[in-house]
Design a protein around this ligand. Structure first.
Ligand SMILES: *Cc1c(COP(=O)(O)O)cnc(C)c1O
Length: 451
């Protein structure tokens, strides 16, 4: 056991230390070797040290270096070393984190992480939180509470009686709603296509001056952090509108909610605390390992009604019982990594992480602008959209950037224009990474446009 786990630690450390000297994407040869792992189910076992060696020798080179400082695709943060370490330890504990009977330690640690998150965001201590797999499930979890509460106001018990025959609840989303929030609405029986779209402005923000009148309780989804522009909806105005008619406002703040933790960027999400629930990802901007999302709900009772369950063999504890707040019963203690991130960073460290990523984004925008390429969004947060030419020129530049391997950026479409998207969300990105990446990006653009 000792040899095996020490070997795993040594290999993992070696992997992380090597990231800076390898291509961000794996080589074709490394990918081809993955086939060696695909063999018939072994009839008998093998030495765990040999199995681990095989995983490392074949698996590690075939990974994408998202844990390094030069991956700018999607909104992917690298895990802070302190959170990788906490993950290793909590994995060794192997606790079923849902109830105090099986895990008094992680229940207590997650209760602190819960309180620290609320303090960090400046939300009331009476809010309930749920540590779930990601923002998709955080949206689902919070919206389940919303569904319960809004239908209860209309005299309907959705947990007991389902949606068939329930009074209709209008659902509003911004035209730029994230597809996972739509999916969560679908899973909850509201339909993916039925939500009414609210018009947005040139940064993708819901237009507060174009809100329709509400006849009764509605469920409204706002966003803090548009995946293309980084912009946030006018949450305070939306809250006034929704609450005036007895409805519920949910905010998908998968990465953008972290702006609230920085005094320099909190103004971007001003008034966010007027909402009724929020979803965010710790595995994005808090830089903890996957999978780690957080649902926060002001109406703790509504969340417990939506997620509670009981059985004679499941003891109900006096204090906080995590499995009464989450869709799943058994789960890993992902909140331990959130605790470790907040314990090592502190309030100032989280703000600094956010500020640094935003500064890097501005440096990218300035370098690209100086080279003559238009930036399509207001670079207010960590997202940069750049156009290297019309249409698929951008796809060719992104493909070239990815193949060069110095850094990684993807393509997107922003209000009818094709663009390369740069998203800075990792603690590991340094000024030197940004300069190296900028040179590589401009080199790729010159190669594509010149040839
Ligand atoms: C990433 C993201 C999601 C989905 O989060 P997962 O953690 O991948 O489930 C939802 N909404 C927004 C705005 C996002 O950026």
């Amino acid at each position: 056991m000792r040899d095996l786990l020490s070997d795993a630690a040594q290999r993992a450390i070696g992997y992380l230390e090597h990231l800076d000297r390898r291509s961000v994407v794996p080589t074709p040869a490394a990918l081809a070797r993955l086939r060696d792992l695909d063999r018939p189910l072994p009839t008998s076992g093998a030495d765990p040290l040999a199995v681990l060696a095989e995983l490392d020798e074949i698996g590690s080179p075939a990974t994408v270096a998202t844990a390094g400082g030069r991956f700018f695709g999607f909104v992917i943060g690298g895990a802070l070393p302190a959170t990788v370490a906490a993950n290793w330890l909590a994995t060794a504990w192997d606790q079923e984190a849902g109830m105090p009977a099986t895990s008094p330690a992680t229940v207590a640690i997650e209760a602190v992480a819960h309180r620290w998150l609320l303090e960090l965001f400046g939300l009331p201590s009476t809010c309930a939180t749920a540590f779930v797999t990601g923002a998709t499930m955080a949206n689902f979890t919070a919206l389940a509470a919303a569904r319960n509460a809004v239908l209860a106001r209309l005299g309907w018990n959705v947990e007991a009686d389902g949606l068939i025959g329930a009074p209709p609840v209008p659902v509003y989303v911004g035209a730029e709603v994230h597809p996972t929030a739509r999916k969560a609405l679908g899973l909850l029986g509201f339909g993916r296509n039925r939500p009414i779209e609210l018009p947005v402005d040139d940064q993708g923000r819901i237009r507060a001056d174009r809100l329709p009148p509400l006849a009764g309780p509605a469920l409204v989804l706002a966003q803090a952090g548009n995946v293309n522009t980084g912009a946030a909806d006018p949450i305070a105005a939306l809250a006034d509108w929704v609450h005036g008619a007895g409805g519920w406002l949910h905010v998908d703040g998968a990465f953008g909610l972290w702006a609230a933790a920085s005094p320099a960027y909190a103004h971007l999400v001003a008034g966010f605390e007027a909402a009724d629930s929020w979803a965010t990802d710790a595995h994005k901007w808090l830089n903890v390992p996957y999978d780690s999302g957080v649902a926060i709900v002001t109406d703790a009772e509504a969340l417990q009604r939506a997620m509670g369950l009981s059985a004679a063999y499941l003891p109900l504890a006096a204090g906080r019982q995590p499995d009464r707040f989450t869709p799943e019963l058994s789960r890993r203690a992902r909140g331990v990594e959130v605790w470790a991130a907040l314990a090592t960073l502190g309030r100032a460290g989280v703000a600094d992480l956010v500020d640094r990523c935003c500064r890097h984004a501005r440096r990218f925008a300035a370098g690209l602008t100086a080279a003559g390429f238009p930036i399509l969004n207001d670079v207010v947060l960590n997202q940069v959209l750049v156009a290297f030419g019309p249409g698929e020129v951008n796809d060719r530049v992104a493909a070239r950037i990815q193949a060069d391997g110095v850094c990684w950026c993807g393509v997107t479409e922003w209000q009818g224009r094709r663009a390369v998207r740069i998203s800075v969300s990792s603690w590991a990105t340094t000024d030197a990474d940004v300069e190296r990446s900028l040179t590589a990006i401009l080199g790729a653009a010159a190669a594509v446009r010149g040839g």
